[in-house]
Design a protein around this ligand. Sequence first.
Ligand code: GCU
Length: 329
Amino acid sequence: MKLTLKPLLGIVGISLLNLSLIGCGSDDKHVTLKLAHNLDTSHSVHQGMIFMNERLKELSNGTMDIKIYPNGQLGSERDTIELLQIGSLDITKVSASPMENFVPKMKIFSIPYVFRDHDHFWTVLNGDIGKSLLIEGESVKLRGLAYYDSGARSFYTRDKPIYTPKDLEGLKIRVQKSKTSVRMVESLGGAATPISFGELYTALQQGVVDGAENNPPSFYLSKHFDVARFYTLDMHTSVPDMLLISGHTWNKLTITQQNWVQQAASLSVPYQRTLWKKSSDEALKAVEAAGVTIIKPDKSKFQDAVKDMHDSYKDTPVYSLMQEIADIK
Ligand code: GCU
């Protein structure tokens, strides 16, 4: 469905290298920041970025703006993270799952049932833990600007409805490129297959995988529901979307410019979250109206199935983080 221009990435990367950060580092020159992400333009995340661009233009009196490349035009999430690291792209928005390959602590978000509910999740993100995780990637040139809402992820399947983890046995389930997501699916009984988001529609259509897992807007806007007709709301993980700026770009900006970018990003969060809530409800209604079977399973069976996975983190740094999170009211 989606056109992935990965083969062109090398060429695009080179041209971005030349184009990126025009006039950066000086208050009296115009600065255009390049931002790439893999979601559709109707997605609340894209709308949030448009809002951020408007705020940045206002705050900087028209001296800064952002050019947005949506729909995976500049490659997968892993690709755009790497472009940030080498300084060929200024900003990206990625899921926190593939970030664990660059910032190990990010795996916390791909461990199932770490958060009690959506409110608990946002209390953690807005608190000390969320704030420190956001800038944890600074040493690898990946500075977080903000978290966007990405709701909770649930399984969807082509041919067989999932009511309990037992139903996942023998099924190939697409996950993001994250080892912890692989373990999550395996601990629930499925066989995990990492595939990038842009390639998933075809993989589902051709039966390369039997299912996948995602939040309602991505399930709907990617049209995966055309081919995966069962959606089981087990809500195993809450993985935020993250807005990241390249450390190379950040360091070339003046303090004033850094403040404008940070403010514009922070201002876009409540806007995106309001749109998110609405679009998530609408997506569920739309897929149901299109004939998808929505299943509300007994979540405790899924929670029980991942206890061994949780225990396996004992004696690792992430376990204390899990406990700290559990203690947050
Ligand atoms: C979410 C997220 C995307 C990500 C996708 C995925 O929809 O917003 O950024 O690419 O999950 O599963 O790959």
